[in-house]
Write a protein that binds this ligand. Sequence first.
Ligand SMILES: Nc1ncnc2c1ncn2[C@@H]1O[C@H](COP(=O)(O)OP(=O)(O)OP(=O)(O)O)[C@@H](O)[C@H]1O
Ligand SMILES: [Mg+2]
Length: 294
Amino acid sequence: MGHVIGVIPASGGVGASTIAAVLAVRAAETGQPVVAVDLDRFGGRLDVVLGVEQEPGWRWDRLRRVAGVVDGAGLARELPRAGAVAVLAGASRVVGAERADPGKGPAMDWRRVLPDVVAGLAAAHRITVLDLPRDVIVVDAVAPLLDAWVTVVGTTVPQLASAATSVPLLRRLVDAACARSGDVLRRPCEPWLVLRGARIEDEVADAVCDHLDAPVLGRLRDDLRLVSDVTGGVAPGSRGRGPAVEVADELLLRLVSRPPLDLAASADPATGGRAASEGPATGAGSADGWRWSA
Ligand SMILES: Nc1ncnc2c1ncn2[C@@H]1O[C@H](COP(=O)(O)OP(=O)(O)OP(=O)(O)O)[C@@H](O)[C@H]1O
Ligand SMILES: [Mg+2]
């Protein structure tokens, strides 16, 4: 079982999908299997951010009939790739279970399908990056599968005010979902904060850390190169340098330094628990072979 990291914006448009893409691109630099999953059912379009929207391969719509944990390796073979990163994205044409699409069969039941798809992919990949929306249904469905979740916090006054509301709410949601999954071995899953803005003063970083009671692990300056890469269909992070790459590398090192949990005993596919574990926790050694050139 690999590591699962989720990225979620504390308020809209702060660059969460972009940093999710950079995380996946940088993780894949090691040559180990990596998948990036767009969970924004209202049209996050991580495929566009990674420049694979024109590539053939499966999108979410192909998975509406999933029942039970998927074969993640088999699914990954059907997905488009941004370099070495398998990408599961594409806006679903129907939202939740509210409306059926007569031409395409039944609507996708995200609550049921998401945990099965993510657990299957996580079992087959060293790192699974989830691009998470601020959507209660989605966060609730996948929270028990997360090793770490990154919240991107904008640093304008309205963005900070929004984060002061959204981050505690998200934290409660994640904690409640994990508690419901019956995963008694789960360690506390605190948010890792990444600040995003034109200039990020130390006082702002300290205040955010204090107020949200969570570590600030990265500061993401405005980066026009990143924007022009995405506009030009170049996967962000693929140039191997820049502020987003530095932040992603730091997050990845922390992620792989954490021992993966053996969750087999408490897994409950019905509630999104992990379906299988591939051996005991390996401690800090799990970071072996993972190097980034930040
Ligand atoms: N570091 C950055 N510097 C400048 N612009 C950025 C940076 N990161 C992302 N952007 C730009 O900001 C916009 C929003 O980015 P993105 O879609 O990643 O945000 P998001 O937080 O995922 O938004 P949403 O709330 O819609 O999910 C995009 O145009 C993107 O290119
Ligand atoms: Mg997004």
